[in-house]
Design a protein. Structure first.
Length: 231
């Protein structure tokens, strides 16, 4: 998990980084922290962040403007705004900030914010796959669907197809149930990648996948829960 901290004060960057590291170690979460001293440096960065701690009060480009531009580039990142002036929290609603924390920082407040973010994040675990006998690691959330073909399993990720040494049943046990659902004997789909579902047919991009009658009720229930809680 990639976590960014953007603040113009070096002391804040160091202290917040230390607190976040302590919290995530306690939760046994594998993280990488990236520090940015200004909004300009953040926007020029090429790291895909999962969570961003963003200070509202910064010179030249403040956190509200920075957040607005950052979301245009990285819409899936969860932003946690920080400030010593709580009256400015209202401004952060303009960029759909996920949570707010106040300065001086309190570990419990940061822990609560991180826990709430992590609960909403699906598919950040990595899956070992192969392509032409070369080993890769992909994020579960990037998978569109998984298909059992004869004696092997194909994993569809955007325009690429990988293979797994695990059976479809083993993969079903391993994948996050909030995000993935078995829709027939041969296929598991990513609920977040479904473009359209109509008359028992799932459409993911240009591909159409039939939901079996036996699994139809369970699939529709899981899809409703996913749409209500994670979209």
């Amino acid at each position: 998990m990639n976590i960014g901290i953007c603040d113009d004060e070096e002391e804040i960057l160091v202290s917040l980084s230390r607190i976040i590291t302590e919290i995530m170690c306690e939760c046994k979460q594998d993280i990488q922290i990236y520090l940015y001293h200004s909004g300009e440096k953040l926007l020029k960065g090429n790291v895909i962040l999962d969570i961003l701690f963003l200070d509202i009060e910064m010179p030249e480009m403040d956190g509200i403007e920075t957040g607005k531009r950052f979301i245009e580039q990285h819409g899936e990142c969860k932003i946690i705004m920080s400030t010593s002036k709580t009256e400015r929290f209202k401004e952060a609603f303009k960029i759909n900030a996920f949570r707010f924390i106040t300065k001086p920082f309190q570990k419990e407040e940061i822990k609560e914010a991180l826990n709430d973010v992590v609960k909403t994040m699906l598919g950040i675990k990595k899956l070992e796959v192969y392509k032409k006998r070369v080993r890769y690691e992909i994020l579960e959330k990037d998978i569109s669907y998984i298909m059992s073909v004869d004696s092997y399993v194909e994993i569809y990720v955007k325009e690429e197809i990988f293979r797994s040494e695990l059976s479809l049943n083993k993969l079903e046990e391993q994948l996050e149930p909030e995000l993935f659902c078995r829709v027939n004997r041969q296929c598991i789909v990513n609920l977040g990648r479904i473009g359209l579902y109509k008359k028992g047919q799932i459409h993911i991009g240009e591909n159409s996948i039939k939901v079996s009658l036996r699994r139809k009720t369970e699939f529709e229930k899981r899809k409703i829960i996913y749409d209500m809680e994670y979209t």
